[in-house]
Every structure is written in structure tokens, then in C-alpha cells.
Design a protein around this ligand. Sequence first.
Ligand code: GLU
Length: 491
Amino acid sequence: MTRTRFAPSPTGYIHIGNVRSAIYPYLIAKQADGQFILRIEDTDQKRYVEGATDLIMETLRWLGLEWDEGAGVGGPNEPYYQSERREIYHKWARKLIEAGRAYADPTDGATIDEYRKADSAAKVPYLYRNHRPSEAELSPEEVLKLWEKGAPLRFKSEPKDYSWHDEVIGDLSTGPEVLDDIILIKKDGLPTYNFAHIVDDYEMKVTHIVRGVEYLSSMPNYLAIYEALGINHPKFVSLPHVLAPQGNKKLSKRDGAKSVVDYRDEGILPEAMLNYLACLGWNDGTEQEIYSMKDLLTAFSIERIQNSGARFDETKLLWTNGIWLRKIFDEEGVDALYARTAGFWPAEASSYDVSYQKEVLSIIYDRLKVLSDLGTMTGYFFYDPEIDLSLLFGNKFLKKLSEKELVDLLTVTIERLSAIADWTADNLQEALNELLAKTGKKPAELFSLIRIALSFAPFSPALNLTMKVLGRERSLARLNAVRSAIVNDAA
Ligand code: GLU
């Protein structure tokens, strides 16, 4: 039975560089009809951030990564918060003590700092085992006593070579120099990540550990602990870094890595986010770029995770989002897309009915990149734009025309449009074509004039559709108002 987990530390929001550590194990578990677990690694109380766990759960649910077991949903291995599993870690720690592989260390912090300084001055690598205290030689009973008094518990390492297989990176091996007496249980009685995850993954029957490559350097110590505990380890799936847009460094909060929910609030669809992130450092060997969750469940494989870093590219994310916006509209219809737009319309839209909003959406959706574009792209459908003649006079196609020519063009346009009996898109298009023929102007000139007069926006959908949705009265009123403004300006 395949069992995977996402094991975040609640130290803040889940940023974009970390989400693949949830997406990939989810896919691995679900492809095999297995289980996906959410475990909260909250043993570092100094870094704990209130509300972070809720935000993590909200993010996972938004992305469609529902977990079968874990925080918030329960399951056979409760509790799923490490801070509540103290007894379990202590039970396993006692096994190590009994086997002579752990010792309670009374050395104070100042002394440890001195060891570190001395090693650095002597230019030798700092390894705690070189400073192992005499208490490391105590009998298990005495170690237990000292530990009960509050000394941290350390692993008693035995330097040796290790080799192992990583499903992404391949075969790896290390020499004895990296093994050390790492802390297993801290002074506060809580375990370190190094110890806790080993115990938990074992107790929770996790089959694949999917996490960032930053843990690779600690692998020999982890392997030594598995060995000392006499337990098998899961498969290791190490994910290369998501790189910052520039340079060769890992994307981090310091480099402006945004939270996943920030993108949600800017109008990125969960389908697009999932799609983009899943493909960041993974491909199925084809040219395909658009994947739904269903597609990913078929196409994903650990073998095709890239073993080098993948660069985060926000432009590509926006592109992917645009594709998804169109896909939802084209495949599921305007109602489905409209249902995603709540909260993104300009404030004035609320005084219009839903069917009008849907009409607007139907003619602009193919230009949207993020839903928050709705605010700037659709304003003129809901309120009269401010007339700004400089936009008109400065337009690259209209610059050449005199004010009189502009006024005359608007006059014939208003006349012809007013004569339309039935204000349909087809009739509007016919009128626009006739106006081109009649005035001898290029489409870029005549249509830019009409577009700007109607919207004062840098973009509008096809003119006939824009006017159809705006309606006869408003379209003609705006053209008239601009015409009067030019006349006044010229006077
Ligand atoms: N708590 C670790 C982190 O947030 C998890 C690493 C792991 O998945 O084992 O980085």
C-alpha cells in the first residue's frame, strides 16, 4: 500500500517553491490507490506561527489535494501534530538508549560555542562527536536518569560509509566524515525534525518520503538512525530546488516567493496553479503543457522528475492561467467561469444583474490572464469612463487627424449607428463596414476612434460586441459626449 505525506512546519504561509512537496506525494499516493497524509511538524516552538496550519490546510484544499489522514481529518495514527506525539518519540528514544546508541548530554551552550570556534580557528570541520562528553559512556540506566533531569538526548554515531538510492537523484554514497552525534530530543523534551520524521514515517507506514534536496546532506545521519533502530526506511524522492527567477539560487520568501493564497487572491485558478507547479521540474516527455488533475494522475511518474533545479517563471504561470480561463469557458460554459469570478468585478458591477455581467464576461474572457484583470478591463461596461481627450489625440492612428476630421467621423458614425433598427452584433458589424467604405478610413483609424470614445481603455473586445453589450443608448451617448468634448476643445 503506497502511503505518502506532506509534512509542513507551521512557520508561515506555504510559498510557491514548497508546494510540489505536497503535489507530488499526493499524485504518487493517488495513482496507486494509496493514502496521502498531512502531518504537522510543529516541534520547533520558536518558529511556530499562529494560524499557519489553517492556512496550509486551506491551500491544500484549494489546490484539490485532499488528504486521507492527518491534521484536521484524523486517522489511525493520531495525533498528527508532532507536538502532541512526545510519548511516541520518547518510546523510540528509549530503544536507542537501551541499545547504547543515545546519550544525555549535559554540556552547556557556551561550551558548545567554544568547540565550534576552536574548530573553525583550527580549520577542521566541526563535528560534535569529536567533543563527545564522558557522559556518552554511561550505562543505559544512567543515561535515562540524566535525560530525565532535562539534558538533551544525542545520537551516538558510529562513523562509516553509507550508500543509498534516491528515486530522483540516483545512487549516492558518503564517507564516514559526515556522521555526527546529532540531537534527537531537545531540552524541552520535543524531538528534532531529524528524529521525529524517522519515527513518524515508520509509525505512519509511509512508503515514499518526498521532500526537497536540502535534506540530502543529512541522509547519512538519518540512515544511521534507521539502522540503529532496526527499521527499514521508505523510498527517498528528493525534489531539486525551485530556483528564483534570476540567478542560481533557490526561490525563497526573501526573494519574494509569494504565498499560494496570494496568487489565489489575484485571480489565479487552482487548476492553473496545480498545472504550472506540477510541470515545474517534471514533464511526461511529450510537448503537452496543460494538465488537469485527472491528466496528472495518469501522466505523472517519479522517473520523469528532473534532477536539476527548475526556474520559477511567473509569466508562464499567467499564461497557464489564461489557458485555463478559456478552457473552463469553452468546455463548461459561461456559468462555470462566472462562478469563479466573485470578488473580482469592479465595485460598480454589483448594481447590474448577473446576466449582464455574464454578457461582459463572454466577450472579454479570452483576453483575461488573471481574474483580477476584470477590475481594470471591464470598468467601462459598468460606469461611464472619464473623457480624456489626450488619449484620443495622442493615439498613434489618430494623431494625424485634425479635430475637425475627428468630429466629422464621429458625426457620420453616430448617424449611421442611430439608423440601426435592431441593435444586433451583425447589424452593428454591417454598419461599421459601411462606415469604413463611406469614410475611406483605415480600420485602425476609424475603429480606434470609436473604441476610445466608448471605453477610454487600452483594450476592448470587438467593437460590434462591445456596443451590443453596452446597448444602443449608452453607446450613442458616449460617442455624442466625446464629439461635444472635441467641439468644445476646438472652440
Ligand atoms: N517539516 C519539514 C519542512 O517543512 C518537512 C520535510 C519533510 O517533508 O520531511 O521542511
